[in-house]
Design a protein around this ligand. Structure first.
Ligand SMILES: Cc1ncc(COP(=O)(O)O)c(C=O)c1O
Length: 394
């Protein structure tokens, strides 16, 4: 790439087209995309209904000034609020997940008048702004690594040393990523989430859930927060909502929307409630329902998890397999910056698999489209096992 600014590491691939979980390069080499782009194409690349919706909406109107109402946005909001169980709530559509999370936490601070935010360590949330910075003046972080080795998991619903002494009265929101953890697929312990959520609520704080990665069926339920006993006040969506088209959203409970609107809350940006993004979001939700992709994600996720777990049991390189639905990771043994992670990634790429990898945390990651076929789980596991076996012999 001669003209694209190098903002991060890049893999030479020259992808020219896609279909479902498959991507093809200029030489027609096929890759199976176990990352769904950046965890976005829940319906697979170029789903025909999404392509048709985009074409039809482009012929009507793509973009409007944010001050003009449009029926497509209203319908998409109703569909999203219904899917998330906030029928009386309100919704605004933006473009990226970062914008949605940033707006969600600004909403929480405004509505509560409180200054601090609470989250678990390793939360990603955004590429910029206060959510990305997570500065110690504003954010309180619970070290989730300590939960792995904690010997007192049975009682942590009532007490947890990590929660002792937290200034709950100053906390505007507990901001939860229900599984992503900077792409490492770390599942927040249920009891810890219960404890923190109930303390924050008792002190008139809000529950903000970041569903940018876990939403739209990714975890085998519609929403990642459904794996917990939680009733979120504000929810941020992105990625899968557009199946690759950049649309995101923030939804709030009715009470939160009422408070905001009573304060003449103001937030504007160019692509707010754009008809094109809204048309896509509405169609994505319909396709998930009609193709029954939530149940499919749960079933295929179990199959993928079981296959990787089997590899884990047979292989000393594997420290842990984690997953919910079609969001699964395999952590390799060893300290940070494990070169094996990159060797496995490179070899899988050579064999035609796009998988996620994070060498700093030794994690390999698998988030394929919910429309992937079962046989691809077996193929992936076979190749992965083969590569680890070869490495073990070296
Ligand atoms: C949990 C989570 N929230 C928010 C974001 C930000 O989304 P975007 O990259 O669309 O701005 C990401 C991105 O990976 C994410 O994983």
């Amino acid at each position: 790439m001669d003209y694209i600014l190098k903002c991060h590491e890049m893999t030479k691939a020259d992808i020219v087209r896609g279909h479902n979980c498959y991507l093809y390069d200029a030489n027609n080499k096929r890759y199976v995309d176990f990352e769904s782009g950046v965890w976005s194409t829940v319906l697979g690349h170029n789903h025909p209904r999404i392509s048709r919706t985009i074409q039809e909406q482009i012929d009507r109107v793509m973009h409007l000034g944010y001050r003009y109402t449009n029926r497509t946005a209203e319908e998409a909001a109703a569909a999203l609020l219904e899917a998330v169980g906030l029928e009386k709530g309100k919704c605004v559509f933006l473009s990226s997940g970062s914008e949605a999370v940033e707006l969600a936490i600004q909403v929480a601070k405004l509505v509560t008048g409180k200054s601090h935010l609470l989250t678990l360590s390793e939360s990603y949330m955004a590429a910029y702004g206060a959510a990305a910075k997570q500065g110690p003046d504003e954010w309180l972080q619970i070290d989730r690594e300590a939960c792995r080795t904690c010997s007192d998991k049975a009682t942590c619903k009532d007490t947890c040393p990590k929660a002792d002494g937290l200034p709950f009265e100053e906390i505007a929101a507990f901001v939860l990523e229900p599984a992503s953890a900077s792409g490492n697929v770390r599942l927040p312990p249920e009891k810890l989430v219960d404890l923190l959520a109930s303390e924050v609520k008792q002190h008139q704080g809000l529950i903000v859930v970041d569903e940018v990665t876990t939403g739209l069926g990714r975890t085998g339920k519609w929403w990642g927060f459904e794996h917990y006993d939680l009733s979120p006040d504000v929810i941020a969506f992105g990625k899968g909502l557009g199946n690759g088209y950049p649309v995101s959203a923030v939804a709030t409970k009715e009470e939160v929307a009422d408070l905001l609107e009573a304060r003449t809350f103001r937030y504007v940006q160019s692509h707010q409630n754009d008809p094109l993004g809204c048309a896509v979001a509405k169609e994505v939700i319909s396709v998930i329902r009609e193709e029954e992709l939530i149940a499919r994600s749960a079933a295929l996720g179990e199959s993928l998890y079981d296959r990787l777990d089997e590899i884990g049991k047979r292989h000393e390189f594997v420290r842990e397999v984690r997953g919910r639905g079609l969001m699964v990771s395999l952590e390799l043994a060893g300290a940070g910056d494990n070169p094996i992670t990159s060797v496995v990634y490179d070899e899988m790429l050579e064999r035609g698999y796009l998988i996620g990898h994070n060498p700093r945390s030794n994690v390999l990651r698998f988030l394929p489209p919910l429309t992937i076929e079962e046989n691809e789980m077996a193929n992936l596991a076979h190749n992965l096992y083969d590569i680890l076996e070869t490495l073990g012999r070296q």
